[in-house]
Design a protein around this ligand. Structure first.
Ligand SMILES: NC(=O)c1ccc[n+]([C@@H]2O[C@H](COP(=O)([O-])OP(=O)(O)OC[C@H]3O[C@@H](n4cnc5c(N)ncnc54)[C@H](O)[C@@H]3O)[C@@H](O)[C@H]2O)c1
Length: 352
């Protein structure tokens, strides 16, 4: 098992290893003392792991309440968030109680936002069960729901009190979800670790190892500790996300987040290569690696529509937008460009 301490406005540990779900009750009882817990998960994850977690909580003397929502991004809404708050209120949870977000990034973002705002904030624990949630969304305290106008448009920075990543749960992920999670792992390599990128080129299956997950969380730790509130260095983590979020929105969320990030990463790298900001070799290696994971690398949407959708992205600030631009494998830079230039960046990136 690996333990990575995160030092932010609230400090906490990220534990990574097999069997952690079964130990959750004991660990939480030790950390929080007598309390109750609202377990938030989608229907699929609840069916797979809900009872195991509840049994573990019972063994630790923690009474569990349960809130389950239909799986998928379509549930990351104000309506589900409101229903969850009402369920917490009905269960009369107090500020001494906990919220447990069991699942992928959707359960984590939604549960985290409810924890941030219920009675002005109660503690919560992330229990990620997707690769994406393990390496990215469960760490760093970004919580949100989507609005009709865009992804993650209502949310809060609110750190968890603990992250328990039971790597055994990743075994049951459907193939499509497995592939999508790998996009975020590739992102860390392209962003700041040529060694990680090369290791994935040699052995793509290594994306699932405890070592790789820990390496990604360790990288995320540095960005979060440097810039918890995302006004500087943390923006690097948005690599591939500006165009990716736009594609996700235009697809009506039929694209998985990781698939959209893969498209966005390939497009910004293609655009950078076209502009002479990175080599053609960097682009070739990226598209080959994404291809090895079966991830898409083309951006099949009109540039104008993507530019409009990207304008609602959180990275857009007034009339300018900050892009994360690859310079080489393992090195990127932030580039603030006039919003009017987005079309050019998108067309160079291969948008129609
Ligand atoms: N907060 C952040 O910093 C951050 C970072 C990146 C992404 N995100 C958000 O994360 C979300 C995407 O997360 P995701 O890809 O985990 O999606 P998700 O939560 O929808 O999970 C994907 C699917 O996998 C299923 N699933 C989850 N765990 C499983 C398991 N162990 N076995 C079988 N099936 C399982 C779920 O039921 C769901 O259908 C997006 O909303 C994105 O905006 C947040």
């Amino acid at each position: 098992m690996r333990t990575i301490p995160i030092r932010a406005s609230r400090s906490y540990d990220v534990l990574i290893g097999p069997g952690l779900l079964g130990e959750a009750g004991e660990r939480l009882a030790e950390l929080f003392g007598p309390c109750r817990a609202m377990v938030v998960s989608d229907d699929r994850v609840d069916a797979l792991y809900g009872e195991a977690l509840r049994a573990s909580l019972r063994a630790g003397g923690i009474r569990a309440e349960r809130f389950t929502f239909p799986h998928g991004e379509e549930s990351k809404t104000l309506a589900t968030y409101g229903a969850l708050l009402e369920a917490m209120c009905k269960a009369n949870l107090t500020r001494r109680d906990l919220l447990l977000a069991l699942g992928g990034g959707v359960a984590g973002d939604l549960g985290g936002f409810a924890a941030a705002t219920y009675r002005r904030g109660i503690p919560y624990v992330q229990l990620p069960t997707t690769l994406l949630a393990a390496v990215d969304s469960s760490v760093g305290g970004k919580t949100a729901v989507d609005l009709a106008g865009g992804k993650n448009q209502a949310g809060a920075f609110y750190q968890p009190s603990l992250v328990l990543c039971d790597t055994g749960t990743l075994d049951t992920l459907p193939q499509k979800e497995r592939r999508a999670g790998c996009a975020e792992v590739v992102k860390y390599g392209l962003l700041g670790s040529e060694a990680l990128f090369e290791a994935l080129e040699r052995n793509p299956a290594g994306a699932w190892s405890e070592d790789t997950i820990a390496a990604c969380v360790e990288m995320k730790r540095r960005y979060v500790e440097d810039d918890e509130f995302d006004t500087g260095a943390r923006q690097f983590l948005n690599l591939g996300h500006t165009f990716g979020h736009a594609a996700e929105l235009l697809s009506g969320y039929s694209l998985l987040h990781g698939e959209a990030v893969a498209m966005g990463m390939a497009a910004i790298t293609r655009s950078a290569a076209e502009a002479g900001l990175c080599s053609g070799e960097t682009l070739r290696r990226l598209t080959a690696l994404l291809g090895a994971f079966g991830l898409p690398t083309d951006l099949p949407y009109p540039a104008e529509a993507l530019a409009r959708a990207a304008g609602t992205d959180k990275k857009a600030l007034g009339k300018s937008i900050t892009l994360v631009v690859p310079e080489a494998v393992g090195r990127c830079r932030l580039e603030t460009v006039p919003a009017a230039d987005l079309l050019l960046w998108l067309r160079r990136g291969g948008a129609k």
